[in-house]
Design a protein around this ligand. Structure first.
Ligand code: BGC
Length: 346
């Protein structure tokens, strides 16, 4: 395990970067700020490594410009809560709003903008924790969160999440890596497979407003499809989101055992990533809001589709939808979630 000073926050607190290495070509770098993964190096068939995630070159960039949430841990509630409002056990709550009237990714000071504590680290594992106080971004209850990043000998990068609260609270944790398995250029020519026959349609502000079946639509990724192949079709859902930015529902979900969710493959390098998760859904976001104004770690400008996110999670706006799987964590319960990213070459 390798630890170095990565930078200093505007308030003077130091931020360290940790390097994990599985000894088989898979390496990961992560910082305490936002739990951000700054680099994930994955070998191709010839053993040639490439950094497969988008990110910035400096801490200052992550602090000042990370509106896309590059590489970050997201919480207390990933994705959107309509108008920042919900009612829990009869109590109304109004969250910090940061996406028009909606609350996105936990609010303006969500977990992606906090300094996490490193509890333990070794060559293949990093354990982070964060305490989110009662009233944090107006969420109820004090929440203790633990996250573990691990690299396995089987070429997998695993994220385990755990949390406990002292009062009932909604919770939806995810990770916001933007993947580009070639390491540069566009990810729109990657092939994507999603084990999902249904997705949530969205209305104004990308708030879910229904469930649709994928057959016969550009949302059918049940077999491998080039991401860019249908992204410019005049489909109303694609037009409103400027591409894919939708929650897909796993056909087979199991909260106890990571289930197949997605496969992303770069035909040029052969790098292939299988995503398995205990979550019931995945937000597939095709990097639509990258407009060339941000410069990445390699000096390149990031444009639409240069990286794609596969954010395993519960459904957006669940606190306002009793018919969705519940996101409420109650005192005495333990929130647990696992997502596995398994790399191979094809
Ligand atoms: C959301 C996008 C948003 C992006 C960055 C994604 O999880 O689905 O709508 O633009 O995060 O904030």
């Amino acid at each position: 395990m390798n630890r170095r000073l990565y930078g200093t926050l505007p308030d003077g607190r130091p931020v360290h970067e940790y390097t994990l290495d599985n000894g088989r070509g898979l390496t990961l770098r992560a910082i305490e700020y936002g739990g951000i993964i700054t680099e994930l190096n994955v070998p191709d068939a010839k053993g040639q490594g490439a950094n497969v995630i988008l990110g910035f070159a400096t801490l200052d960039d992550y602090v000042a410009r990370n509106d896309p949430y590059f590489g970050a841990l997201v919480g207390r509630y990933a994705n959107r809560i309509a108008n920042g409002r919900f009612t829990l056990d009869g109590e109304p709550y109004l969250l910090a709003q940061n996406d028009g009237p909606n609350s996105l990714h936990g609010g303006p000071r969500g977990f992606s903008r906090r300094l996490w504590t490193v509890d333990a680290a070794n060559d293949t594992e990093l354990r982070l924790s964060l305490v989110s106080e009662d009233g944090d971004e107006h969420f109820p209850g004090r929440l203790e969160v633990k996250v573990r990043y691990a690299l396995t000998a089987e070429q997998a990068f695993v994220i385990d999440y755990e949390a406990r609260a002292d009062a009932p609270t909604p919770i939806n944790l995810t990770h916001h890596n933007y993947f580009n398995l070639r390491g540069s250029g566009s990810a729109l020519d990657h092939e994507l497979t999603l084990a999902c026959s249904r997705f949530l349609t969205t209305g104004p502000g990308l708030i879910p407003n229904g469930i649709a079946a994928v057959p016969g639509t550009p949302f059918d990724f049940r077999g491998p499809q080039r991401i860019g192949a249908r992204i410019c079709e005049g489909d109303a859902q694609l037009l409103a989101a400027h591409g894919y930015d939708h929650c897909f529902i796993l056909d087979a979900a199991d909260a106890q055992r990571p289930m197949p969710c997605a496969t992303l493959r770069d035909p040029a390098s052969g790098r292939t990533m299988d995503v398995l998760t205990t979550e019931p859904a995945v937000q597939f976001y095709s990097g639509n809001f990258l407009d060339g104004s941000l410069r990445g770690s390699g000096g390149q400008a990031y444009r639409q589709g240069d990286g794609v996110c596969l954010e395993t999670q519960h459904y957006p706006d669940s606190p306002n939808h009793p018919e969705y799987p519940s996101t409420v964590l109650r005192p005495g319960e333990t929130y647990k979630s696992t997502t596995v990213h398994r790399f191979r070459t094809t």
